[in-house]
Design a protein around this ligand. Sequence first.
Ligand code: ZN
Ligand code: MN
Length: 137
Amino acid sequence: MNELQKRLETYKRLGLKLTPQRLAILEYLENTREHPSAEDIYNALKDRFPSMSFATVYNTLEVLIEKGLVKELSIDSSKKRFDPFLHSHHHFICKQCGKIFDVERNFDILIPEELKEFEVSDFQVVFSGLCPTCKKK
Ligand code: ZN
Ligand code: MN
């Protein structure tokens, strides 16, 4: 079973209605590591699904987030970006082109003294700067 099939099983188990448009949105998310925005997804699929509205894309993403199948990234201050990869990982955002890259590395971070009384469940390291392509320009 490949990743997509596994996901489809999960969606069925959660009782998500899988319309062709929803499937296309899921497939698109599954096949990109660029952390697209809702607009990016809509623009990539609108030719294939002329009747699909931006609201459909947005609502599908909302459902996926609610079900915990997609993460919403707030790294990009101009728009929400989406990540179907749920394992703990970090990111680099290019300040020029806005691309978000995955950083797969474990950072050993000491929990700061101020948080001693808290239960920390997650943290994220965000690097920013210029990607190799933008650096060359
Ligand atoms: Zn760039
Ligand atoms: Mn990511």
